[in-house]
Design a protein around this ligand. Structure first.
Ligand code: SAM
Length: 286
C-alpha cells in the first residue's frame, strides 16, 4: 500500500521516432508532475519544448549514483510527483529506471505506467512472425564470440526471439547468426520504425545478409532483429519435418549421412541423431 502523502512515480513512454506517437496522457502527466527525471536532459529538453512542457528536468541515467536515486526517492517521499522518461520509447526496456522503480515500490511509493511506444512491440506487431509467445533478449553483445553464444539457444527455441541492435554491428551480427543457425532461418529486420526511412525486411538470414551488404543504406539507423522460432513439431523427438527431409535430400547428394545430418541439425534445430536415423531408414536419399 502506498502512503497517500507520497508523490507518484509515473513511468512515461515517449516516441521512438514519430513525435505524433506521444499520448495525450503522457503530455498531461509531463505537464502535471513536479519533476521529470530524464535519461539525457538535453535530448529530452527538445522534446518537451516541442510540446510546450516546462516542468523541471533532472538527470537520471545508467551511470547515476546512489545519491541521485535517493534524491528522487526523497522527492517522492516528500509528496512531489515524478515522471521518469528515457531518450525514446518505454523506460526500463533496455533503458535506465529499474533501480528507481524497484526502490520506489519497496518504499511504498505508488508507481504508475503511462504506456506508449516501444520498439520491440512495434516491430513484433508488424513482423508477420508469431507473437503469441516471444522472448526479448535486449541488446546483442558487442563481441562476436559472446554473440554466437547468445545465438546458440535459438537452435531449439520455438518462440520468436527479439534483439535490439545498433547500426554499426548489424552486418557482423547477421554473419554470426548465419554461422550459428545456418542461412535458412527466417528473420525480420525492422529498421527506423515510425521514421522517414522505416524499412521492414523479411527473409532467410542468408538473403537478408546479402541484401544489406549490397545496399549500405540498409545498414543505417536503429534496428530490431527478430528471429523466427523452430517449429515445435520439429523439436519433438524423432519427428523430421518435410522441410528437413527436403534439405537432407539435397545435402545427401553432396556429402555423407553424418555430415548431412550435422548440417541439417544446425539449420532446422532437429536432433542430429533423428536426422541420421531418418536418412538410414530412407536409403533412396542416402
Ligand atoms: N526503451 C526503448 C524502447 O522502448 O524500445 C529502447 C531503447 S534502446 C536504448 C534503443 C534501441 O531500441 C535501438 O538501438 C534499437 O535497437 C531499438 N529502437 C529504438 N527505436 C527504434 C526505431 N525507431 N526503430 C527500430 N529500432 C528502434
Amino acid at each position: 500500500m502506498s502512503d497517500i502523502n507520497y508523490g507518484v512515480l509515473y513511468v512515461v513512454a515517449t516516441p521512438i521516432g514519430n513525435l505524433g506517437d506521444i499520448s495525450q496522457r503522457a503530455l498531461d502527466t509531463l505537464k502535471m508532475v513536479d519533476v521529470i527525471a530524464a535519461e539525457d536532459t538535453r535530448h529530452s529538453a527538445k522534446l518537451l519544448q516541442h510540446f510546450g512542457v516546462s516542468t523541471r528536468l533532472i538527470a537520471y541515467h545508467e551511470y547515476s549514483n546512489e545519491q541521485r536515486l535517493e534524491k528522487i526517492v526523497s522527492l517522492l517521499l516528500s509528496g512531489e510527483s515524478v515522471a521518469l522518461i528515457s531518450d525514446a520509447g518505454t523506460p526500463l526496456i533496455s533503458d535506465p529506471g529499474y533501480d528507481l522503480v524497484n526502490v520506489a515500490r519497496e518504499r511504498g511509493i505508488l508507481v504508475q505506467s503511462v504506456p506508449g511506444s516501444c520498439a520491440l512491440v512495434a516491430a513484433l506487431s508488424i513482423s508477420g512472425l508469431p507473437c503469441n509467445q516471444f522472448v526479448f533478449e535486449g541488446f546483442l553483445p558487442a563481441k562476436s564470440s559472446s554473440r554466437c553464444q547468445a545465438f546458440t539457444p535459438l537452435l531449439d527455441e520455438s518462440r520468436t526471439v527479439v534483439f535490439y541492435e545498433s547500426p554499426h554491428r548489424i552486418v557482423d551480427s547477421l554473419k554470426d547468426l548465419n554461422a550459428v543457425l545456418g542461412g535458412q532461418r527466417e528473420i525480420v529486420l525492422a529498421r527506423e520504425l515510425t521514421k522517414t526511412y522505416e524499412t521492414v525486411l523479411s527473409g532467410s538470414v542468408e538473403a537478408l545478409l546479402q541484401q544489406i551488404q549490397d545496399d549500405t543504406n540498409q545498414q543505417r539507423g536503429e534496428f530490431v532483429l527478430l528471429v523466427k522460432g523452430v517449429e515445435k513439431i520439429a523439436l519433438e523427438k524423432g519427428v523430421v519435418s518435410s522441410e528437413a527431409k527436403a534439405l537432407m535430400a539435397i545435402l545427401l547428394e553432396y556429402t555423407p549421412v553424418k555430415t548431412a545430418s550435422a548440417i541439417a541439425a544446425k539449420v532446422t534445430g532437429i536432433k542430429k541423431r533423428d536426422l541420421y536415423q531418418w536418412a538410414l531408414a530412407n536409403p533412396k536419399n542416402s
